[in-house]
Every structure is written in structure tokens, then in C-alpha cells.
Design a binder for this molecule. Structure first.
Ligand SMILES: Nc1nc2c(ncn2[C@@H]2O[C@H](COP(=O)(O)OP(=O)(O)OP(=O)(O)O)[C@@H](O)[C@H]2O)c(=O)[nH]1
Length: 359
């Protein structure tokens, strides 16, 4: 589709090129029928090409091949009409007054077409061949026109080679751009995700929390937070080893993810054995209900490590509020942290909330 963007100028130039060649030399009054016929044909092809250009997206979506074939046929049609004109200009003495200006114009068209069609070098070379080879043949056949034929031949070889070279450079930079694009996407993803648990990391949580806080304060949408901490994780690590501890964190993250289904909510690793869940549009009560479900599912779902079925529990602190642009979002985090601390103090494996913040 890059061809579409690059071909626009050419389509317009083709439409006006022949009248611009005739006019200063009065060729249109000397040969009105011939001039009119060529001008009308070129203009008609340009109009069809403009329609093809304009409806490119629709045609491409329907069938990329249809778009490609249409583009190829129409651009070769333009080239063949110009080629016929140039061939005649060399062959027919009536064209002598405009022969040199025609050569100049067609030379310019040939080089700009090579540049425009660089993404498809085969089409660019075919176009070049169609445009200039007939006039070379005409030059070889007709008396006194051999110098023209040789000149055009050298020109064809020269811009053909330039075209091949710039096509290689185009493809190379296209390749590099595609690779960079892919790497950028991977980096963006890595930047967001915690490498161990494959859920969002704290940096991403911070930016999303800020975004939701702003949106919540603008639209008065309740925002809830859960701070989740694995109980006695130090003991767990000491008893089963650090690798088993890692597997446990992955297990807890996966179970939590199952409960966070809405695209506006997210679960992230807050650090160490702590997780955070950000919920948009949840009342405090709804958030507590969801927290209880998560707590229960972790308590009751074992995970397998080296043939052993292991269980862990979590403590959850919940807080919710309708954000206010005047206040700092930290208050919600501190409230959830306080609630989690209370859940730990109350014996762990519990959901606590900071009542004064709940709606
Ligand atoms: N395996 C593993 N352990 C981690 C990781 N990050 C933090 N930890 C461990 O998590 C433990 C946290 O211990 P504490 O902060 O004392 O908390 P706790 O033992 O869970 O006690 P309570 O929170 O009071 O129930 C420490 O032993 C850390 O080494 C990790 O990525 N992998």
C-alpha cells in the first residue's frame, strides 16, 4: 500500500503532461485529432487511477490481489500510451517540433516512475521497459535516429540500475523498520510485565492507577484496591526452598488472574510476595466480595511442586473510594495497606477493609 501514497503525484502529472508538451509548440492546432486523442486517453486513465487510488482501502480489504493487479494494469496502461506517443515522436516527422521536449518529459516520467515504484522493482523495470524500449527499437530502425536510440538505451540502463539499487535500500530499511517495530513491541511488553509471574509489574500498576484515579475523579467512578500478601511466605521459602517459593508466587498470580476478568481491572505484582488488584467501578462491598472469592480459591487450590501438593493462604486488605482530583491517590493505597496489616494481625487468611473509606 506504500505504492498508493507514492503514485499520487505521478497520476496527476500523467493527466496534464501531454497538453503541457503540445501547448508551447502549437502541436494541438497542427495535429488536433492526434493531440486530442492522446490527451483524452491519458486523462481517462488518470481518472480511473484516481478512482482506484480513492477506493484503495475498500478494494484492498476486499482482495489485496485485486488491488495489486488493478494498480499494475493501470500504471502499465499509462506507460504503454506514453510509449506509443514517444515511439511515434521518433518515427513520425510530424512530431519533429516536439521531439526533444517529449524526450525530456518522458525521461523525467521514467525516472520518477522508477522512484515511485521502488517498493515493487519488477513493476518499476517493466514500466521502464514499456515506456522506453519501443522508442529505442524505433530509433534503431529509422534512418538518422540511431543517436536517439543509443542515448535512450544508456538512459534506460542507468536508471534501471539506479532503480535496482534504491529498491535494495528500500527493502533493507523496510526490514529494519519491521524488526525495530517488533522489538519495540517486545520492549513495551517487557516494561509492563513482571518476569516471574507474567502479570503486570509495579511500574505499570502505578501508571494505570494514576490514569484511573484521574478518570475516576473526572467521572465520579468508584475505584477499589486490594493489597494481597502471601502468609508466612518466609517460612514457606525456608521450608520448601526459594524455587518452590517462585512456583508458589506464579500459582497465586495465575489464580488471581482468573478472577479479574474485566479489561478495566488489573492484577499486578506489587513487590516480593505482595500483589495488588485495581478495580474500576467497584463499590467497597463488591470489592470485598471479590476479595473473599480470591482468598477462598487460593486457600482451597493446591499447587504441585515436585510431586507434592502444597497449599498457601493470603491476607487481603481492601479499600475503595470515589477519587477526588484534590486528594492524593496514595490515601487509597495506604488504606488498603492498613487493612492488610489488620488482616495479618487478626490471624492471616482473611479479608479486611478500611471501613472509613468505603462507599
Ligand atoms: N521465592 C521467592 N521469595 C521471595 C520473592 N520475593 C520475596 N520473597 C520472600 O518473601 C519473604 C517475605 O517474608 P516476610 O516479609 O517476612 O513476610 P512473611 O514471611 O510472608 O510473613 P507475613 O507476611 O507476616 O505472613 C522473604 O523471605 C523474601 O525472601 C521471590 O520473588 N521469590
Amino acid at each position: 500500500m506504500d505504492l498508493r501514497r507514492r503514485s499520487m503525484t505521478g497520476i496527476v502529472v500523467y493527466a496534464v503532461m501531454l497538453p503541457a508538451v503540445f501547448w508551447p509548440f502549437d502541436f494541438h492546432t497542427e495535429e488536433p485529432t492526434l493531440s486530442l486523442a492522446f490527451a483524452v486517453i491519458m486523462l481517462t486513465i488518470s481518472v480511473v487511477r484516481l478512482a482506484h487510488w480513492f477506493f484503495s482501502d475498500a478494494i484492498y480489504n476486499y482482495s489485496p490481489n485485486l488491488w495489486r493487479n488493478g494498480f499494475t494494469i493501470l500504471s502499465l496502461l499509462h506507460a504503454s500510451v506514453l510509449s506509443l506517443f514517444f515511439g511515434l515522436a521518433i518515427y513520425d516527422p510530424r512530431f519533429t517540433p516536439i521531439l526533444h521536449v517529449t524526450m525530456l518529459a518522458i525521461g523525467g516520467i521514467a525516472s520518477s516512475a522508477i522512484v515511485a515504484l521502488t517498493p515493487r522493482i519488477s513493476l518499476a523495470l517493466l514500466n521502464l521497459g514499456m515506456l522506453l524500449v519501443p522508442s529505442i527499437i524505433a530509433g534503431f530502425i529509422i534512418d538518422n535516429k540511431l543517436p536517439y536510440a543509443l542515448m535512450i538505451l544508456v538512459y534506460v540502463v542507468f536508471i534501471g540500475l539506479m532503480g535496482v539499487r534504491s529498491s535494495r535500500e528500500y527493502n533493507r530499511s523496510f526490514e529494519i523498520e519491521t524488526q525495530l517495530d517488533g522489538q519495540k513491541k517486545i520492549l513495551e511488553q517487557l516494561n509492563k510485565v513482571d518476569v516471574l509471574t507474567n502479570i503486570y509489574n509495579r511500574g505499570y500498576f502505578n501508571s494505570e492507577f494514576e490514569r484511573q484515579w484521574q478518570m475516576g475523579s473526572r467521572h465520579k467512578i468508584s475505584t477499589a484496591l486490594m493489597l494481597i500478601d502471601v502468609d508466612h511466605f518466609k517460612v514457606f521459602n525456608d521450608h520448601h526452598g526459594h524455587l518452590c517459593g517462585d512456583a508458589c508466587l506464579i500459582h497465586v498470580a495465575n489464580l488471581m488472574k482468573r478472577h479479574i476478568k474485566r479489561t478495566t481491572d488489573l492484577v499486578a505484582r506489587f513487590g516480593g510476595e505482595e500483589f495488588v488488584v485495581l478495580l474500576s467501578g467497584y463499590s467497597g462491598k463488591d470489592a470485598i466480595t471479590l476479595a473473599e472469592k480470591i482468598r477462598l480459591s487460593i486457600e482451597s487450590t493446591p499447587f504441585n511442586y515436585e510431586g507434592n501438593e502444597l497449599y498457601v493462604t493470603i491476607s487481603i486488605g481492601v479499600a475503595s473510594t470515589i477519587p477526588d482530583s484534590q486528594s492524593d491517590k496514595k490515601i487509597l493505597l495506604e488504606a488498603a495497606d492498613k487493612a492488610m496489616y489488620n488482616a495479618k494481625r487478626a490471624g492471616r487468611n482473611q479479608v479486611f477493609s478500611t471501613i472509613e473509606l468505603l462507599n
